[in-house]
Design a protein around this ligand. Structure first.
Ligand SMILES: Cc1ncc(COP(=O)(O)O)c(C=O)c1O
Length: 397
């Protein structure tokens, strides 16, 4: 019998010399080159050894030329979607794409015209806004509200917004970044129903779908029958396998007409492929070995999240959103003064670089997001420094 691999997420692995954005961009973004970084949403935890070995093996061959999209890649994606998400995916629905954000931008260009509007639920991952604006479309924002510490959708407002004739596309972050909400089937069904009723195409960004903590489950839009005619679902190995630098993502589009519109746009801008190492990674990661890695990773991350939330709750006046999904913790620092002052204090007193809420739209102002995908020996002392700084501050001061 094969020995089970136990993954080590505790050892600190230096990223020095790898040009990791999370580290190298600290001076530029935070004005302090040695502040400890918990911002960019990649992990400071190693990708599994079997994946590293597969990449090395390919690198051993000295020719890195044009590489076809071989069946094994699509077989792996289909296996993963069935095994991990209970979704039957037909190989014909799949299109490879360099990144999920590329696919968002392509969908905007394929399904809307300049001057049209794109609906979204904020706060949400910044490129939902920037891709819309850079493509000269308007954002129609339906801010989420908080009930019992979790984000909820204001369906009355959403319905009115989707009914506006200029709204042609909705971008849905499923699960939600930054709040870590794993949307329920019923909730997604309602979003789908409203989009279908008003002729709005739904883009479901499911990049965080593998990182969902028990007892919650990821609900993919692929399993909502009414979505078949109107949806694009995007996923990637980026988050789950700490492989964002490999740029290996894909979309799943059931409707033939939408698929053809999306693919024409991909061809127009020549963005219908993944580089050769990304192909190796997709093929290898989405496998039983990858599923085992993911299971162990989730155990580690869930405990990190629990410990971080437990610590942050010691700060009077801080609202902490305990995530159901993602390795990110979203916290409301608004009682501690203007966000610029909090930002400075986090950097200069607590020595931590967090993602500022403005990146997620106006509704995020005053909030900060902590990336918990770090070894505990690094993460917890950093959180303790935040607690020491803000726990000692009177809210309002
Ligand atoms: C919701 C969401 N979508 C997309 C991305 C980026 O994906 P990619 O690197 O494939 O463009 C991120 C990264 O943080 C994300 O949180």
């Amino acid at each position: 019998m094969e020995e089970k691999i136990i993954y080590d997420f505790d050892t600190v692995v230096s990223r020095q010399g790898t040009h990791a954005e999370k580290y190298e961009a600290r001076q530029r973004f935070f004005g302090k080159a040695d502040v400890e970084p918990f911002w960019v949403a990649d992990m400071d935890l190693p990708t599994p050894g079997f994946l590293v070995e597969a990449l090395k093996a390919r690198c051993e061959h000295p020719m890195y030329g044009y590489t076809e999209q071989y069946d094994g890649i699509f077989d792996s994606i289909r296996w993963w979607m069935k095994n991990e998400h209970n979704a039957e995916v037909d190989g014909r629905w799949l299109s490879l794409s360099p990144s999920v954000v590329t696919s968002i931008s392509l969908a905007i260009q394929a399904f809307t015209e300049p001057g049209d509007s794109v609906a979204l639920l904020s706060p949400v991952y910044g490129p939902f806004f920037s891709c819309t604006k850079q493509n000269h479309r308007k954002v129609v924002d339906c801010p989420l509200h908080i009930e019992h510490g979790k984000f909820e959708i204001d369906f009355l407002t959403l319905e009115q917004q989707l009914a506006r004739p200029e709204v042609k596309l909705m971008l849905m972050c499923n699960p939600q970044n930054p709040g870590g909400r794993a949307w329920s089937f019923q909730c997604l069904e309602l979003v789908v129903k409203m989009c279908a009723e008003h002729g709005v195409i739904l883009f479901s960004d499911e990049i965080h779908s593998d990182v969902v903590y028990s007892p919650h489950n990821h609900q993919t839009v692929l399993n909502i029958p009414e979505a078949d005619a109107i949806s694009v679902v995007a996923h990637s190995i980026g988050k789950t396998f700490n492989a964002s630098g490999l740029q290996a993502s894909f979309t799943m589009i059931k409707n033939a007409e939408l698929r053809s519109m999306f693919r024409s746009m991909q061809e127009r801008v020549h963005a219908a492929d993944v580089n050769l190492l990304g192909k190796v990674a997709l093929r290898e990661a989405f496998s039983p070995a990858g599923a085992e890695y993911k299971r162990q990773l989730l155990v580690y991350l869930q405990e990190n999240i629990r410990l971080v939330c437990e610590r942050l709750r010691q700060i009077d006046g801080l609202q902490v959103m305990e995530p159901e999904a993602t390795f990110l913790v979203w916290s409301d620092f608004r009682t501690f003064g203007p966000w610029q002052d909090v930002f400075k204090k986090l950097i200069h007193e607590a020595n931590v670089a967090l993602s500022g809420g403005n990146f997620f739209g106006p509704a995020g102002e005053g909030w900060f997001r902590i990336n918990c995908a770090h070894p505990r020996s690094v993460l917890l002392p950093a959180v303790d420094r935040i607690v020491a700084e803000f726990g000692a501050t009177e809210p309002g001061g």
